[in-house]
Design a protein around this ligand. Sequence first.
Ligand code: KG4
Ligand code: ZN
Length: 340
Amino acid sequence: MNSENIYILGIESSCDDTAAAILCNDTILSNVVATQKIHRDYGGVVPELASRAHQQNIVPVVDQALKKAGVTKDQLHAVAFTQGPGLMGALLVGTSFAKSFAYGLDIPIISVNHMQAHILAHFINEESQTKPEFPFLAMTISGGHTQIVQVDNYFKMTVIGETIDDAVGEAFDKTGKLLGLGYPAGPEIDKRAKLGNPKAYTFTKPKVDGLNFSFSGFKTAVLYFIQREVKNNPNFITENLNDICASIQYTIIGILIDKLKKASKQTNIKRIAIGGGVSANSGIREALKSGEQKFGWTTYVPKFEYTTDNAAMVGIVGYLKYLENDFAEHNVMVNSRLKL
Ligand code: KG4
Ligand code: ZN
């Protein structure tokens, strides 16, 4: 076996975070993220502005990642980059950078699927993090994705359920916007939900067959509910904000847990891992923990900095693919709709 240490640079630019990380084998030496604040003024990510900000950020972010890691460019063995899915222009910035950087250093490039990266973030070598055994179910929940994936090994992953419209993070952000909360609204809803009554208001859960999700009907139900109540009492939102947030969060978590229960039953797999920005939600974490007692699940939640969009997760896929000599050609193209 080759005992040489492998140094990988990971680059992530699929949405609104410009990120770079340096790994030594499966250990993270640095993990730098520049979160683009410009989108807050627009209540959502503006693709063109994201591309421009990536262009500004990418060189300083990579430079910082190398310096923090105490690694020089010449020590790198490969550059891993997010090929997709994501915003086309945003992906192009990270990919073009990765190609030219690797070309200049005469080292290979490794293309990474962003969804696979969210899942393999569980295999980063980290004291506080237990690596799941195969097979396990991974639920990736963020502003851009909602999927349940059966993971049989590092590279054999099958999507068994996904959203047919909005992502779960969008359900938080869009209903939060209706309440006048800033973007992204998920963390604020979470904070207020702790102070409110989750059963104050009832929203019907969408009926979607199998393991797929739908959140657009839920968003409309909240919109109509708010419009109706505000007509009767113009101060309805301010007077009941915590209860509304708690009820929204309770419904969303119910939708996620129902599908996880179904997926676990269907596959007979009780190891459940979550990832993506929404896995920071305190309600979903509690619901998973209680699933351990109620359904005999073993659950895995990665460290926060490896679960929102980051480059450490891209780097770990890079390392695992490096061991397989799975390199990309220099004419590889980004794919905004790349499938698992
Ligand atoms: O993974 P992420 O940083 O970026 C992508 O969308 O890929 O996820 C961001 C999403 C946003 O929709 C945000 O509202 C949501 O994660 N989020 C939360 C919480 N923290 C972040 N949603 C609910 N509760 C939270 N504590
Ligand atoms: Zn993501």
